[in-house]
Design a protein around this ligand. Structure first.
Ligand SMILES: *Cc1c(COP(=O)(O)O)cnc(C)c1O
Length: 377
């Protein structure tokens, strides 16, 4: 075991690719192609190929990506957008910012994701879009959700900030990457995400060329031709330096995902059958890229366990401690559907354990030991 245990080890990961990353960064600086340099387009092409999608449009961060996606759909004030109540705030924030109505729905207690059955009661004549968030690294049941969207003329924006690389299998055996199933996929390259850059970054994907043009236009001040602004847009760009770093790291993404899965298997093995602890459920239809390894601790023992682990220098995080609808900023906006009992339960029970690409078995055993001791004791 080496050094302190961290939720993510960005330094350790960098050390292994330092030569390649340093070279790529310095090249951008030497060429001084800081904004929209060739590496931006090159990275978009690489990601297009990786995802097997027609268009990738890079942007400033994952929150911008969601906002740009909604702006490209050309919705009207008070149109409704369905979102999970158990998610990172960015997903709902942009809906509110644009004067649209977030309609918050509960999630499935096993997958932490929305399901078609939970979407149905939220539909209204104003529903224009659904944003499934593939939380912690596993796809929502996209086949069923896409069927509802199709039947009702609703668009889907997949928030894949935590699930880049996950593969979803349809009932006919067809496979697609997360974010390429709905109309638009969005992601974040925040440093701690599965494909993280060394600052802020984000991207959008689509198989619809027309929508692709619109996304690109919105991200660039609403212009196709310089100084000709057709629609309202924003200024959201991926720095060339970040694109160059991401090009290097994308080559290793599958390796990183495999490393995360190895950690998850260790946890699965060593944490199964502990009273009061539930290991994360695996979807039969999606691979898992384990952005987070999140267990549920019942019996009111979650916070005590977290403190106990902290005393042993084992970090853990609560993603997320408050449901969206209980956040001060969201109390008076949007609608919520049903009692949200699962979301409330999850906020009290979830605990995310350290998971990253650089963990060894010794560290993992050091983490699982005290968890067992605390819950068995
Ligand atoms: C990280 C994250 C975002 C936002 O990404 P930023 O790049 O930080 O703006 C959006 N949605 C989800 C689910 C996330 O985890």
């Amino acid at each position: 075991m080496s050094g302190t245990i961290q939720m993510v080890d960005l330094k350790g990961q960098y050390a292994k690719i330092k030569a390649e990353v340093d070279y790529a960064m310095l090249k951008v600086i030497e060429d001084s192609t800081f904004i929209q340099g060739p590496e931006v387009r090159n990275f978009e092409k690489d990601l297009q190929e990786y995802l097997n999608v027609k268009r990738v449009i890079s942007c400033g961060n994952g929150t911008d990506a969601l906002q740009i996606a909604l702006m490209a759909l050309d919705l009207k004030q008070n149109d409704e957008v369905i979102v999970p109540s158990f998610t990172y705030v960015a997903t709902a924030e942009v809906i509110g910012l644009l004067g649209l109505t977030p309609v918050m729905i509960d999630v499935d207690p096993g997958s932490f994701n929305i399901t078609a059955d939970l979407v149905k009661p939220a539909l209204s004549a104003k529903t224009k879009a659904i944003i499934p968030v593939h939380l912690f690294g596993q796809c929502s049941d996209m086949e069923e959700i896409a069927a509802i969207a199709n039947d009702n003329g609703i668009k889907i924006i997949e928030d894949t900030a935590q699930a880049l690389g996950a593969v979803y299998t349809f009932s006919d055996g067809e496979q697609k990457r997360a974010g390429t199933i709905g109309d638009i996929g969005s992601t974040s390259f925040f440093p701690s995400k599965n494909l993280g850059c060394y600052g802020d970054g984000g991207a959008l994907y689509t198989n619809n060329e027309e929508l692709g043009d619109r996304l690109k236009m919105v991200a660039n001040h609403g212009q196709r031709k310089k100084y000709h602004h057709e629609i309202l847009g924003v200024n959201s760009r991926l720095d060339t330096i970040q694109a160059a770093i991401l090009r290097v790291k994308l080559k290793y993404l599958d390796e990183y995902t495999a490393a995360r899965n190895k950690v998850a298997s260790f946890y699965d093995q060593h944490l199964a059958n502990i009273p009061g602890l539930t290991i994360p459920a695996r979807s039969p239809r999606s691979t898992h890229v384990f952005h987070q390894y999140t267990v549920k601790i019942d019996g009111g023992k979650r916070n005590g366990l977290q403190e106990y682990l902290k005393g042993k220098s084992i970090p853990s995080m609560i993603y997320y401690p408050l449901p969206l609808f209980e956040q001060q900023a969201y109390k008076n906006i949007g609608r919520r559907i049903g009692e949200m009992n699962t979301t409330k339960m999850l906020c009290e029970q979830v605990l995310s354990l350290p998971i990253h690409t650089e963990m060894d078995e010794e560290t993992l055993a050091y983490i699982t030991g005290p968890i067992k001791a605390y819950l068995n004791g």
